[in-house]
Design a protein around this ligand. Structure first.
Ligand code: NAD
Length: 406
């Protein structure tokens, strides 16, 4: 299955198409942009492209990190009087998600909380042109937007195919200025999108009913995920070490786009379910948490996903000439090495989680049923606690005793 933008423009210089892409969808563009990026020459170039294409523009540059719900509602209200007919979202995942949510709130009545969860958006929303400057969340291609609701303990998502941008314009040059920490955390998250959609369980669709947003691993998501991993495996450490490495930036932007399309139908699973409570308790970035958890989650699931992990070893260029099981282990080891190379913290203790919090984290993560249901392994709070215990001290060997993996 494939859910994707109607048009994807990828390549150096692709940003020059922002004006014509927006003009093909409307005459009045609300441009949502990160406050830092709003001052860059590349953004000014995008505005002149819109002007040249005859599109009237209103700019909203008040993106608040983590997107608290009241900031999203206020942003939509401030745009209502302008009556845009297209939204251009320009920036990292936060700006892109805000653009999606403004498009939603300007198209559908009711508070944002009406749309939390999956498949809750009743009709199409304003068309969105998404221009990512990080690589990345893949938000330019996904049916997801994530917000922080002060009434909820964990971040919440609005997931609906209606949120998929109509046009994704992915110009790797726009990511050149992203600082090393943003490059590292958003980049490892893109790798996690690919690795988790590739190792997600396969579910038999009920073709006669409305399909869930995330259907589990499928042929199309697998194709995209493996290609994304092949592109990003070596590139991420290079892009973090030297942000001006154009080739590494290009491979990251490409892989992150593919990761978004892969998880946009295939879904993600336990690294994401665990990050939600870990992020909430430790106030650490999303990608830091998902990246830290990935090797532990894959290690815990190695018996049920050996074949796919072995394929991942091939994509990462670390296949052995020994057994499939050895290849699977080599893939996990390589993903862990990538985390080390980009400076991910090595233990959950290091990011401020306490041992006493582990049972609560496991319980909260087990409650993220949309994600837990996609793991290709039986999941209980005890299983999640074992993963957390190993990650707490940074010792994956605690998960290699398969007799305790159930
Ligand atoms: P971000 O958008 O929060 O940006 C982080 C920082 O990087 C900001 O200060 C921004 O100004 C800066 N930045 C971005 N691009 C830059 C550039 N080219 N040069 C210099 N600085 C730049 O970071 P992100 O990692 O892209 O997005 C994180 C958000 O995305 C989180 O809220 C997360 O929940 C969400 N997310 C969404 C999806 C989805 O499918 N919608 C998937 C994963 C994560």
């Amino acid at each position: 299955m494939l859910r994707a933008p109607a048009a994807v423009y990828y390549g150096q210089g692709a940003r020059a198409s922002i004006g014509t892409a927006a003009a093909s969808l409307g005459r009045r563009a609300l441009v949502v942009v990160d406050p830092f990026l709003a001052k860059t020459p590349e953004f000014r170039e995008a505005l002149s492209g819109l002007d040249g294409a005859g599109v009237a523009v209103q700019i909203f540059s008040g993106v608040v990190p983590e997107l608290p719900t009241d900031s999203v509602t206020a942003a939509a209200e401030s745009a209502r009087g302008f009556a845009p007919d297209v939204v251009v979202a320009y920036g990292g995942g936060s700006a892109l998600d805000l653009g999606k949510l403004i498009a939603l709130l300007l198209s559908c009545d009711g508070p944002l909380s009406d749309y939390y969860g999956e498949n809750r958006v009743p009709h199409p929303v304003l068309p969105i042109v998404a221009v990512p400057t990080t690589a990345g969340t893949g938000s330019e291609a996904t049916p997801v937007a994530v917000v922080s609701d002060p009434d909820r303990e964990l971040k919440v998502g609005v997931s609906d195919p209606a949120l998929i941008p109509r046009v994704a314009i992915v110009d790797p040059d726009l990511t050149i200025g992203a600082p090393p920490s943003v490059t590292a955390y958003s980049g490892i998250d893109a790798i996690v999108h690919c690795a988790e959609s590739y190792t997600a369980g396969k579910r038999r669709p009920d073709w006669e009913t409305r399909l869930p947003v995330f259907v589990g691993r499928n042929r199309m998501s697998s194709l995209l995920a493996l290609e994304g991993l092949a592109a990003m495996g070596d590139a991420l450490p290079l892009a973090v070490a030297d942000g001006s490495n154009v080739e590494a930036r290009g491979r990251m932007a490409w892989g992150s786009l593919l990761g978004g399309m892969a998880f946009g139908s295939g879904g993600t699973h336990l690294s994401h379910a665990l990050q939600y409570p870990i992020g909430a308790l430790t106030h650490t970035p999303h990608g830091m948490g998902t990246g830290m958890m990935l090797p532990y989650v894959l290690q815990a699931c190695i018996e049920t996903t050996t074949d796919r992990l072995a394929q991942i070893a091939g994509a990462l260029g670390v296949a052995t000439d020994r057994s499939e099981r050895d290849d699977a282990q080599a893939a996990i080891d390589r993903l862990d090495e990538i985390g080390i190379a980009i400076g991910l913290p090595r233990t959950l203790a290091e990011i401020g989680l306490t041992r006493q919090q582990i049972p609560r984290v496991a319980e909260l993560a087990a409650g993220v049923t949309r994600l837990v249901a996609l793991a290709d392994h039986e999941v209980t709070p005890a299983f999640l606690e074992r993963i957390l215990d190993a990650a707490f001290v940074g010792d994956r060997s605690r998960l290699t005793d398969t007799s305790t993996n159930g």
